[in-house]
Ligand binder design. Sequence first.
Ligand code: PMP
Length: 400
Amino acid sequence: MTTARLPLASRTTDLVGSVIDSSTSLLAKQQHDIVRFAMGSPAPDAVPAHVLRELAATELDRPDAYDYGASEGDPRLREALLAELRGTTDETSPERVLITAGGMQGLDLAFKLFVDPGDLVVVESPTYTNGSATAMSYQAQLLEVPVDDEGMQVDRMEEMVEQAGRAPKAIYAIPTFQNPSGASMSLERRRRLIELTQRWGSLLIDDDPYGRLRFAGEDVPSLHELADGDPLVLSVRTFSKIMAPGLRVGWVDADPSLQQLLINAKQAMDTCTNLPLQRLIAAFLEGGHLREHLATQRAAYRERKVAMQEALTEHFSGEARWTDPEGGFFLWVTFGDEVDTEALFEQALADGVAFIPGNAFSPSKFFPNALRLCFASSEPDRIREGVARLRTAVDNMGKL
Ligand code: PMP
């Protein structure tokens, strides 16, 4: 269908969409059995549906749960959340918190408030597709800074910004168990990142949906904690990975001076976040279920990551390399230059396994021979089956 005769806004040329989200619809249409390493979702068996059902019987049986809610979030959820975060690296105070429709709305609000067309925005490379897409939707000019085993290469960022000759308006970082690489930024780099943010007067967007899903290694303070109330740091959080993504509830933690602007922007967007689900999450937190749930999930994800790494070693040793995350959902696999993972995607789908090709995570398409695998969604036996199918797909491509 052509849009040539429609009076579209110029910003629509920068609406690039999300390969990740589109894969949900693509996979739903497939009739054959597919091992799903594509979406970053907790496993269906990892969703605490039985607890939620019991809580829903009371919470959703009250007509007041179906009204418009407060734009800054339902008071009950706000209170339960603040209590839940007390003593964690994300501890905060009421005047800093705004409940959002998932982490994505937090990212949208952050870029909306700070980015004008043409502004320079630093993103990690690779980065979370939808994060860079949101920056692009506000017509940012992106600077892709490479990520290694210790997360974003902050020294490299400094050099690249100097070369660009102007300070970035915003820096978008996923510091812990990064999507897609699984890498975590070292404490030293986190400190340096905050220093540079302060020197440049940029906004630092601290997007950390996986931080509470650590299953190995030592805790590292969040950027939110290290920033110690610096107004330049805005943190985006979500219940999507620690509970379930279909809830579409998250929160932003920002300087109190931004609260009214955030509310105004939200009121111009969706008025308020889904109230029944906020109530359900509040009840889940009040009952102490989240901590219990996280402990079970961490153990399961550790086992799944190990199963995936062992299967990769069995099938791809010497032909590909992959990361070793200490938490979160993802492994990043890099093949030799001869493998084109976008072409492999089609073959793999036919052979019964789905992943996200590396180029989805880079606006400049720097990763044609890499791919992202989500180990969180499948049980170990399914993971072994999926990696074996990936081997078959690579063989069927006639590569390697
Ligand atoms: N940021 C990152 C790094 C993510 O991985 C995701 C989800 N894949 C989000 C933000 C968006 O979270 P939500 O689903 O809550 O909108």
